[in-house]
Design a protein around this ligand. Structure first.
Ligand SMILES: Nc1ncnc2c1ncn2[C@@H]1O[C@H](COP(=O)(O)OP(=O)(O)OP(=O)(O)O)[C@@H](O)[C@H]1O
Ligand SMILES: [Zn+2]
Length: 728
C-alpha cells in the first residue's frame, strides 16, 4: 500500500476521537515525516489528545499563526490503513455521526497504544514433583502433549484450581515459556480433512467463484443445519491462500466458542477473536496484529468490522438476519449493511449467510444486486423438523401452568427416548408483572414506563430498561396486605419451576443472561448441552442462534405469539426468523426433530408458514406488504428520538424540531408522538419518524434540517437513527 508522505506539507489534518464535526489542522514539527493514518498526540485546549493524521483536510482555512504543533508521533503503533480512514468517513456520513465518534470505535483498544506485554504460559517438561497428588496427575495428563498452555486454560482442562498449576511451576515440573498468540500458528489450507456433500461442494464452488475477485455480495441461503459454515470455510480458505485477511462476523458472542472449535477442526489453528468479553490486553494484541497484517483470520462481534484491516479479502456475516447486528448506542449502525459498504469500498467480497435471510437481502437478490446460493436440505441424513402449532384455546394448560398437555406429552416421550428437549421463551426472569391480589397494586419502575420483572433466582424485582431493582417485599406497599403479591405470566424461571415439578428427575439448564455471569460460563454451559449433560434446556433468545446440539429432538415454543403483537414494521419477519431458527435447533443429526409452537392464533400467517414450512409464501406476502406500505427496503426510515427529564420540555422541543422540517418531495416527517416506552431512566421520550422514498437522499435532508432546527439545550437530547430497528 502506498502512503504518500506529508513532509512537504507544513500542516496536516488530525481527526480526534471526539464528537467533533471535522479534523483540525496542526503544524508538522520540523524534519518530521507523517502519513495519513499515523497516530499522533496533539494539544487540544489545555489537554493533550491522541488522534489520527487524516487523509482529507477540514476544508477550512485557518490562520497559520494560530495553529498548534503536533506534540508527538506513535511510531511503533501500526497506522490506520487508508481504507479505514475512508470507511470512517463513509460510516459517519451514512449514520449522521461525527467522524470522530466512528474513529473512537476504531481505536477502542487502549492497550494497542502501549508496548505489548509478554505473556507467559506453561509447558510440561520438568521432572515429576516429589509429592504427586491426583490433582497434579490430572494436570500432567492434560499437559502431556507438550504444548504451551495458558495457566487458566490448563487449570480448566484438568479441573483444578490455579494454585495447583502454580505449585507445579514451583516444583519445576511445569516450565514457564512465552505464550504464542493464536495468529502465530499457520493454517492448514489444503482442505485435506474436509469432505463436503455434493450439495455443499457445488455451493462452495459457486461461492469461491463469486468471491475470487473483488466486491460481490452473495447470499448463502441454506436451511438450518445445511452446513453453510463448511461452505463458506472454502471461501475463507481461498482468501487466506492469497495471503489476505478474512473476517467472520457473528451476531452474538455466545456463538463464537463453538465456532472457534470448528475453525480449529477445519484449519488446524484458531482465528483471532474480537468481542467485548475479552480482556483489554488481548484486545490490544489483536488490534495490533490485525493492523500489521499478522492476524489473517478474525472472528468477532459487529465491532470487529471496525478493526484496522489493511488487506481484507473476505467478509462473512453469519446469521445475517440477526437483530444483534444493529448497534443502538453511541454510533447507531447496522453492521450487516456496513459490512456491505466496507466490502464495496475495499473491493472485497461479502458473504451473507442465513437460514432465514432478511427481507432486505431477499429483495436485493430479486433485484439482481446480490447473488444467491441455496442449500435446500440438511447435511447428511438429517431432515428438517416437523412443526406443529398447539392451539391454546383448544388444549389450554391447567390453571397456574404454562405448558399445554400436548407439549408436556412430547417432552415426556423425548425424555423416555433419552433425548433432549428445549423450551423457548423470550422472557427473562420469573414473571413479567407482579400485582397485589387485595388492592390491585402493580409494581412499576419508578424511572421507566415499565413493570418490574420478578427474578426469583436473584430474589428481586427488576426493571429491564434501567436496571433498578428492589427486594421482593413481604407485604403490599399500597394496602399493606401480607402474602397478597401474585406473579402474572411466565418468564423462563417460572417455566423451569414447572418443569422441575413435572419432571423432577430431569437435568435442567436455564440459558438466560441472568443465570450466566460471563462469556466463559456461557461457553461452558453450551458445551455441557452439546455433550448431552442436560435433558431439558429452558432458554431465551440466547438459545435460538446458530447452536448445534446433536442430541436435541424437541423444541417447544412456550409463547409463539409474543413477538407478533408488537407495533414494529418487522414484527412478522422477526417472529418468523426467530421461530424458524429456534425450531431449527431440533433434529440436526441422527434424531428426527420436532417443533411445537403454543399459540392463541394458529391461523396467523406467520404461524401457518412455519407449520407448513412454506418460507416462500411468507416472504412473498411480507415483501408485498412492505412494498405497498413503502416500508424498508422499498422506502427508507430514520427515527429521531428526543428526550428530557421534563415532559413538557421534551414535547415542546420535539414539536419545534418537527416544525423546522423543510418541505421535500418524497420525504415525509411523522410525529412527534410519545414513544411507546414513554419514560426510560426518568427521561421522557418523543419520537419523530422520517419516511422517504428509496431514491431520496435521506441523510442529506436530515443534515440540512437539523442544521437549521433549534439545538438541544439544557438536558435535552436528540438522537438520529438511520434505518432504525427499534421503535419503542
Ligand atoms: N462437510 C461436512 N463434514 C462434516 N460435518 C459437517 C459437514 N457439513 C456440515 N457438517 C455438520 O453438520 C452440522 C450442521 O452444520 P452447520 O452448523 O454449518 O449448519 P448451518 O447451515 O450453519 O445451520 P444453522 O443455520 O442452523 O446454524 C454441524 O454439526 C456440522 O459440523
Ligand atoms: Zn426502569
Amino acid at each position: 500500500m502506498s502512503r504518500e508522505a506529508l513532509t512537504s506539507a507544513k500542516t496536516v489534518p488530525v481527526l480526534l476521537p471526539l464528537a467533533l464535526p471535522a479534523p483540525y489542522d496542526y503544524l508538522v514539527p520540523e524534519g518530521k515525516e507523517l502519513h495519513p493514518g499515523d497516530f499522533v498526540v496533539v494539544p487540544l485546549g489545555p489537554a493533550l489528545r491522541m488522534g489520527v493524521v487524516w487523509h482529507e483536510s477540514s476544508g477550512k482555512s485557518v490562520d497559520p499563526a494560530k495553529l498548534r504543533a503536533i506534540e508527538s508521533h506513535f511510531d511503533d503503533v501500526p497506522p490506520l490503513p487508508e481504507i479505514s480512514l475512508k470507511f470512517c468517513d463513509w460510516v459517519a456520513n451514512y449514520t449522521l455521526t461525527p467522524p470522530g465518534m466512528v474513529l473512537r470505535m476504531m481505536m477502542s483498544a487502549s492497550k494497542a497504544f502501549e508496548p505489548p506485554a509478554i505473556r507467559f504460559g506453561v509447558r510440561a517438561g520438568g521432572p515429576e514433583p516429589e509429592r504427586m497428588t491426583s490433582a497434579r496427575a490430572r494436570v500432567l495428563e492434560a499437559a502431556s502433549s507438550g504444548m504451551i498452555f495458558k495457566k487458566s486454560e490448563l487449570a480448566e482442562m484438568a479441573g483444578v484450581s490455579g494454585g495447583v498449576i502454580d505449585g507445579l511451576v514451583n516444583t519445576g515440573t511445569l516450565l514457564q515459556e512465552v505464550l504464542p498468540d493464536p495468529w502465530e500458528a499457520s493454517f492448514d489450507l489444503t482442505g485435506e480433512n474436509v469432505e463436503l456433500s455434493d450439495l455443499q461442494s457445488g455451493a462452495a464452488k459457486e461461492l469461491c467463484a463469486n468471491t475470487e475477485n473483488g466486491f460481490v455480495v452473495t447470499l448463502l441461503d441454506g436451511v438450518t443445519g445445511s452446513g453453510k459454515t463448511e461452505v463458506y470455510f472454502e471461501a475463507i480458505a481461498q482468501a487466506l491462500k492469497t495471503g489476505g485477511q478474512a473476517l467472520v462476523l457473528m451476531p452474538e458472542i455466545a456463538l463464537t466458542g463453538q465456532f472457534i472449535d470448528r475453525c480449529e477442526r477445519r484449519f488446524g489453528a484458531k482465528p483471532a477473536e474480537w468481542h467485548s468479553g475479552m480482556t483489554s490486553n488481548m484486545r490490544g494484541r489483536v488490534w495490533r496484529a490485525v493492523a500489521n497484517g499478522q492476524a489473517k483470520f478474525v472472528v468477532g462481534a459487529r465491532s470487529a468490522l471496525f478493526l484496522p484491516f489493511p488487506d481484507l479479502r473476505l467478509i462473512v456475516v453469519d446469521e445475517e438476519h440477526d437483530q444483534g447486528y444493529k448497534q443502538e448506542d453511541r454510533v447507531t449502525y447496522q453492521a450487516r449493511d456496513m459490512a456491505v459498504l466496507r466490502g464495496n469500498l475495499g473491493k472485497c467480497p461479502v458473504v451473507l449467510s442465513s437460514a432465514t435471510p432478511s427481507i432486505e437481502s431477499i429483495v436485493n437478490v430479486e433485484a439482481g444486486r446480490y447473488r444467491h446460493i441455496k442449500l435446500e436440505s440438511r447435511y447428511a441424513q438429517a431432515t428438517l423438523p416437523e412443526i406443529e402449532a398447539i392451539d391454546m384455546r383448544k388444549s389450554p394448560p391447567e390453571r397456574g401452568r404454562w405448558l399445554a398437555p400436548p407439549l408436556v406429552n412430547a417432552i415426556e416421550e423425548t425424555l423416555e427416548d433419552g433425548q433432549q428437549a428445549l423450551l423457548f421463551l423470550n422472557r427473562r426472569g420469573y414473571a413479567p408483572l407482579t400485582l397485589c391480589r387485595n388492592c390491585g397494586y402493580r409494581f412499576e419502575c419508578p424511572n421507566c414506563s415499565a413493570w418490574l420483572v420478578e427474578h426469583r433466582f436473584r430474589r428481586r424485582l427488576e426493571c429491564h430498561h434501567c436496571g433498578t431493582f428492589l427486594p421482593v417485599p413481604d407485604e403490599c406497599p399500597q394496602c399493606g396486605a401480607e402474602d397478597s403479591l401474585t406473579p402474572c405470566g411466565p418468564g423462563v424461571e417460572r417455566i423451569d419451576e414447572e418443569i422441575a415439578e413435572r419432571f423432577p428427575e430431569a437435568r435442567r439448564i436455564i440459558l438466560s443472561s441472568d443465570q450466566l455471569t460471563g462469556i466463559e460460563e456461557l461457553r461452558r454451559t453450551l458445551r455441557e448441552i452439546e455433550a448431552g449433560e442436560a435433558d431439558i434446556i429452558i432458554g431465551t433468545q440466547l438459545v435460538a442462534k446458530g447452536h448445534h446440539f446433536p442430541g436435541l429432538a424437541l423444541v417447544g415454543v412456550v409463547d409463539g405469539d409474543l413477538g407478533l403483537t408488537q407495533a414494529d414494521p418487522r414484527a412478522a419477519e422477526r417472529t418468523f426468523q426467530l421461530l424458524s431458527q429456534v425450531t431449527g435447533r431440533a433434529g440436526r443429526e441422527a434424531i428426527k426433530g420436532k417443533g411445537l409452537i403454543q399459540t392463541y392464533m394458529p391461523e396467523h400467517p406467520v404461524i401457518q408458514a412455519l407449520v407448513e414450512s412454506d418460507r416462500d409464501a411468507f416472504l412473498a406476502r411480507e415483501i408485498e406488504s412492505r412494498r405497498d406500505a413503502e416500508m424498508p427496503p422499498f422506502g427508507r426510515l430514520a427515527s429521531i428520538l428526543v428526550s428530557s427529564s421534563l415532559r413538557d420540555r421534551a414535547e415542546t422541543f420535539a414539536r419545534d424540531v418537527a416544525r423546522a422540517a423543510p418541505p421535500a418531495n418524497k420525504i415525509e416527517v411523522l410525529g412527534p408522538a410519545e414513544a411507546p416506552l414513554a419514560v426510560i431512566r426518568g427521561r421522557y421520550r418523543y419520537r419523530l419518524l422520517v419516511k422517504a422514498a428509496r431514491e431520496a437522499d435521506l441523510q442529506n435532508y436530515i443534515r440540512l434540517w437539523l442544521q437549521n432546527a433549534p439545538k438541544p439545550r439544557a438536558d435535552l437530547r436528540l438522537v438520529v437513527d438511520i434505518d432504525p430497528y427499534s421503535f419503542l
